[in-house]
Design a protein around this ligand. Structure first.
Ligand SMILES: Nc1ncnc2c1ncn2[C@@H]1O[C@H](COP(=O)(O)OP(=O)(O)OP(=O)(O)O)[C@@H](O)[C@H]1O
Length: 242
């Protein structure tokens, strides 16, 4: 049977000098799953994610992403994933269309495919009126929705979203999550970090990191039951406070 896991992680560890930022984490993410990756500031989420997307060498442990080994096949991983973060997404000084064309080119799409994708994407996001506007002039929420779509231009198997909705208003956040659901429904795997606990409730499963370790991993429903908490926020506080 074909492997149904999009991501498999075993004892993955990253040390910086004597400090262990990610401490032997193990988990699996199923294909088409929306997997929430939570933790307080400094818990090790970004370091773990950097190892998974092939830009940081693990100190020890194993992981495969989209079927490729993080130690030896990081280039293949990069071709098969999308990545979007709150901190870096699009070029503010390029227009909407120019950004799409630029990233389409980076992802190796043909000119024809870029044109098709660009048309479809601008239509889907209702950005027709601002196609020729600089991205820097758009509201943050629009930028983030556009960035998410651009991260999926090359139809990646897995998309990593690093705090994608930070600073975005609640209505746009909801629209953003509708996009996430749509992508998952179409078979894409979503790996999402967030500090918004209401968003944790939207994930199929959630892992919570504390000081480099995964201290809990389950569906939001099971986590709430296990920790006798009414909300994911309460689960998070119970864990983070030890
Ligand atoms: N290159 C590095 N050298 C030394 N220490 C590092 C390095 N990168 C990260 N760290 C440390 O590793 C720990 C985990 O950082 P990381 O950025 O992975 O946490 P995080 O969970 O993503 O936090 P945040 O939610 O604030 O982004 C922190 O204590 C950080 O200072």
């Amino acid at each position: 049977m074909k492997n149904e896991n999009a991501i498999t992680v075993s004892e993955l560890t990253k040390t910086f000098g004597t400090f262990t930022a990610v401490n032997a984490i193990s988990f699996e993410v199923k294909k088409g799953e929306i997997f929430g990756f939570l933790g307080a500031n400094g818990a090790g989420k970004t370091t773990a994610m950097k190892m998974l997307i092939g830009i940081l060498k693990p100190s020890s442990g194993q992981a495969t992403v989209a079927g490729f080994d993080v130690h030896t096949e990081s280039e293949a991983i990069k071709r098969n994933i999308g990545y979007m973060s709150q901190k870096f997404a699009l070029y503010d000084d390029l227009t909407v269309r120019e950004n799409i064309t630029f990233f389409g080119g980076i992802y190796g799409l043909s000119r024809k495919r870029i044109q098709e994708k660009s048309k479809q994407l601008i239509e889907d996001l209702g950005l027709g009126a601002v196609g020729k506007s600089l991205v820097g002039s758009l509201p943050l929420g629009w930028k983030q929705k556009l960035a998410f779509s651009v991260a999926m231009l090359h139809d990646p198997q897995i998309v990593f979203l690093d705090e994608p909705t930070g600073g975005v208003d609640p209505i746009t956040r909801r629209q953003f999550w509708e996009m996430i659901y749509k992508a998952a429904h179409a078979g894409t795997t979503l790996f999402v970090t967030t500090h918004y606990m209401d968003e944790a409730e939207y994930c199929n499963r959630v892992s919570i990191m504390v000081n480099g370790k995964i201290e809990a991993l389950d569906t939001p429903k099971n986590l709430k039951q296990h920790f006798e908490a009414a909300t994911m926020n309460d689960v998070f506080l119970k864990l983070a406070r030890g």
